[in-house]
Design a protein around this ligand. Structure first.
Ligand code: NAG
Ligand code: NAG
Ligand code: NAG
Ligand code: NAG
Length: 461
């Protein structure tokens, strides 16, 4: 009898200390940030897939308000191929990097007073593997796709909650930006579908308290979101009426694909391109610039600062990155990042074309969605998003109206609802693609008000 207990406890000890299945630690301070971090930051790896061949890195920030009751967000950066460190430092995370006082080899970090961790627990994840500090131990494990990524997101959150069970009952939201509009709804759907399976078949598994999802400037459809750039360019007066009209007359509502087949359309699109090619799609008020333009206003240049910082040995040590697992941390993995008309690569297959059917399925569950769109983003214009939401034919609960922050118009919003499910669609005035970078206070306010509006959900179920 006794030996059996010893065996069991040895096994438990093995599980606890087996470094390949999980490891996590609290980060007390970070190089170039003055003093101890005034929030709780945990970093770690979750082992996933066959024999944990995928090692998935994450940054977890506890809510600075009431971590045991505040919602839990799993946040995906865009790309695919952008690291979770990017939103952590540039968008809605607890730290930001000071553009004015930073130089490439000496960046300064400061607190982001509009961090989402003011009201929520947030996990910024490096997924798929090949991104940030996540790595694969086998070639098979390094390959991914849109559909696999949804399943991986589901596996990640289950395993993460198994390691952090005190957050298992917090309201859970899946969230992300840009390309992750293709992934986030599918992760949420995996969770809704898997929820019952997990409590029925294996009662000891954590039951996920999923409440909904939040997407920012999302890609939702690989035709209509790109196609909407043309209409958007006209609305923002980037192309003239006559260019707009002759293009519209010759292109048959398709400004993206099969263009060479129609020479009149192609010629018109060339004129459109002349008008917009020097404008930054991610923020149409600024010109295109690139990493060689060494001015602080050129984000493409300052973006590279983070890369210098995070590749310092002391930074990786502070983050508890496993030595020797990553050669060099890249700002974004361009091998897997998507662009219009990009074909599959050996590493990644872009196999989900549209998530509109996914949103439809989510609406049949008790699911709440917030969709934020910057109205100066031409990467995935609000127009494409507005159009597909309208196509769902949902009853309007609140009609289109302005919303305010400090008595200023912060954007416009409308809410659709059907049988306990809802979609709130909101624009953010004057923001660009990396929305919270441009309008941090507005982004936090919008997200917080949305949470508060259905806080009752956390006390039901
Ligand atoms: C780095 O920047 C900080 C703040 O701007 C400054 O005080 C410090 O002297 C700089 N360090 C180096 C090595 O240049
Ligand atoms: C990008 O991702 C691929 C596929 O996972 C991986 O093989 C490659 O090492 C990654 N590149 C970088 C710079 O991390
Ligand atoms: C970046 O800017 C430099 C100088 O303005 C220019 O010569 C170069 O072609 C640009 N590179 C890209 C990729 O646009
Ligand atoms: C993608 O593949 C198709 C068919 O093989 C090819 O015609 C096209 O040029 C490829 N696109 C790119 C961007 O490489």
């Amino acid at each position: 009898m006794k030996s059996k207990y010893i065996m069991i406890s040895l096994f438990v000890v093995f599980l606890l200390f087996n470094p390949s299945s999980c490891s996590k630690s609290i980060v007390k301070n970070l190089p170039r940030f003055n003093g101890d971090l005034p929030f709780t930051l945990e970093t770690g790896y979750i082992g996933m897939g066959k024999e944990d061949a995928m090692q998935v890195f994450y940054y977890f920030v506890e809510s600075e308000r009431n971590p045991s009751e505040d919602p839990l967000f799993l946040y995906f950066a865009g790309g695919p191929g952008a690291s979770g460190l990017y939103p952590f430092l540039y968008q809605n995370g607890p730290l930001k990097f000071n553009f004015e006082s930073s130089k490439r080899h000496n960046i300064t970090l400061e607190l982001n007073m509009y961090s989402w961790s003011k009201v929520a627990n947030v996990i910024f994840v490096d997924l798929p593997v090949g991104v940030g500090f996540s790595y694969a131990k086998t070639w098979e494990a390094s390959r991914s796709s849109d559909s696999l990524l949804a399943v991986q997101g589901y596996e990640f959150i289950r395993k993460w909650l198994a390691e952090n069970p005190k957050f298992a009952s917090n309201p859970l939201y899946i969230s992300g930006i840009s390309y992750m509009g293709i992934i986030v709804p599918n992760v949420a759907l995996e969770i809704y579908k898997g929820k019952n399976f997990y409590c029925n078949e294996r009662g000891n598994q954590p039951q996920l308290n999923i409440k909904g999802y939040l997407i920012i400037n999302p890609l939702s459809d690989k035709f209509s979101d790109f196609n909407s750039r043309f209409e958007f360019a006209h609305r923002l007066a980037l192309i003239s009426d006559d260019i707009y009209e002759s293009t519209k007359a010759s292109c048959d509502d398709n400004y993206v694909y099969n263009v060479p087949a129609n020479s009149l359309c192609a010629a018109n699109l060339k004129r459109v391109d002349e008008c917009i090619k020097r404008i930054k799609f991610g923020y149409v008020l600024e010109p295109v610039c690139n990493v060689t333009d060494m001015v602080p206003t050129c984000k493409d240049y300052t973006d590279t600062f983070i890369q210098t910082w995070v590749n310092y040995k002391d930074v990786q040590k502070a983050l508890n990155v496993r030595e020797g697992t990553i050669e060099k941390w890249e700002f974004a993995n361009t091998t897997i990042a998507y662009d219009l008309k990009k074909n599959d690569t050996v590493a990644y297959s872009y196999d989900v074309w549209s998530t509109i059917p996914t949103h439809e399925q989510l609406l049949t569950r008790n699911c709440q969605a917030l969709i934020m769109c910057a109205d100066h983003d031409m990467v995935f214009p609000y127009l494409g998003t507005e159009k597909w939401i309208k196509s769902l034919n949902l009853p309007v609960e609140r009609s289109w109206e302005p919303w305010f922050v400090r008595r200023q118009v912060a954007g416009y919003e409308t809410t659709y609802a059907r049988r306990g499910a809802s979609i709130k669609f909101a624009t953010v005035k004057g923001a660009g693609h990396a929305l919270a970078l441009y309008k941090p206070e507005e982004a936090l306010t919008l997200m917080d008000r949305w949470l508060t509006s259905h806080a009752y959900l956390s006390s039901s179920s």
